[in-house]
Design a binder for this molecule. Structure first.
Ligand code: G3H
Ligand code: 13P
Ligand code: ZN
Length: 315
């Protein structure tokens, strides 16, 4: 199946428009019908381009046919701009497989390999993706993320600005994930005064002006969700995300794609826990899953309008 048959788009024109308009495209991870519908509905409601991100493990969880049938079920119209993107693909085979089943964009994450090996694998993926009209993201530097309270994003290996230009030229990728102090999961910066490494972002943006840069580990970890989860039987301690004003600043400095997974996970969990607590005798999954879905939907609307700046950008 080719992605165009499903009404999907690759990231080329949404990134070009975002660079020109100095806003970002939100890449929201999905892993079931509820999260898919929540994000697609938020994009429709806000008239925003959006990227549906699917990790390798989420694809395995849903299964190829089930995911692609659900995407078909969205019945995307020509004016919508929705990309289906493999998040953190770890091999050529995994990325090629995603393209083959109908993904419009893939990320090859070979950031743990030596520079030349990273270039070799990323360029092979880009070549394959481009031959099928799909776009490619690669990663340089190490974005951390042990999902526990001891993570210190500053211990991660930040991208060396000196490598960026050569990496992009030699790989022919369409966007680049950079490591500038963020981390995956709900435990990011150690102190409220910690900051994204704007010095490194500034240097990188100067070396490749207008090239789409990607920020992973960009969840804000809203206190509201953590409080709600803990009030209803959960136990999440010392959670901390990236403040919205830092994300806004990063976008103004050249970040074009912002990845959000943990915020949706927290929203979903907060909604489900609230419903189960308020109705202890209930056992209808549709009732608590609906609450989870609407919490993800509301959070995505909030991030699209307050963080990405991508609302009302459809032509
Ligand atoms: O960047 C990683 C994402 O948060 C996906 O995590 O493999 O548990 O779906 P996952
Ligand atoms: P968060 O864990 O901050 O949501 O990051 C998600 C991400 O980068 C997915 O690739
Ligand atoms: Zn990531």
């Amino acid at each position: 199946m080719h992605y165009t048959e499903l009404g999907l788009v690759n990231t080329t024109s949404m990134f070009a428009d975002a660079v020109a308009g100095r806003y970002a495209i939100g890449a929201f991870n999905i892993y079931n019908m509820e999260t898919l519908v929540a994000i697609a509905s938020a994009a429709r409601e806000t008239r925003s381009p959006v990227i549906l991100a699917v990790s390798e493990s989420a694809l395995e969880y849903m299964g190829d046919d089930m995911l692609m049938s659900m995407i078909a079920g969205l019945r995307l119209s020509p004016e919508e701009q929705i990309a289906l993107h493999l998040d953190h693909g770890h091999s050529f085979e995994s990325c090629a497989h995603a393209v083959d089943i109908g993904f419009s964009s893939v990320m090859i994450d070979a950031s743990d390999r030596p520079f030349d090996e990273n270039i070799d694998l990323s360029s092979r993926v880009a070549k394959y993706a481009h031959a099928h009209g799909a776009t490619t993201e690669a990663e340089l530097g190490t974005i951390g993320g042990h999902e526990d309270e001891f993570t210190n994003a500053y211990d991660q290996l930040c991208t060396d600005p000196a490598d960026v230009r050569e990496f992009i030229m030699r790989t022919n990728i369409d966007s680049l994930a950079i490591a500038i102090g963020t981390a995956h999961g709900a435990h990011k910066m150690r102190a409220p005064t910690d900051q994204i490494r704007f010095d490194i972002l500034g240097e990188i943006a100067q070396k490749v002006p207008g090239f789409p840069l990607v920020l992973h580990g960009a969840s804000q970890i809203p206190e509201l969700f953590v409080t709600e989860i803990n009030r209803n039987g959960g136990n999440i301690q010392n959670a901390r995300g990236i403040p919205n004003d830092q994300l806004r600043q990063a976008i103004l400095m050249g970040i074009t794609k912002i990845n959000v997974d943990s915020d949706s996970r927290l929203a979903f969990t907060a909604g489900v826990r609230l419903e189960l607590t308020e109705n202890p005798d209930g056992f209808n999954p549709r009732e608590y899953l609906a609450l989870g879905q609407s919490a993800v939907y509301e959070n995505a609307i909030n991030e699209i309008t307050q963080t990405m700046g991508s609302a009302n950008r459809l032509k």
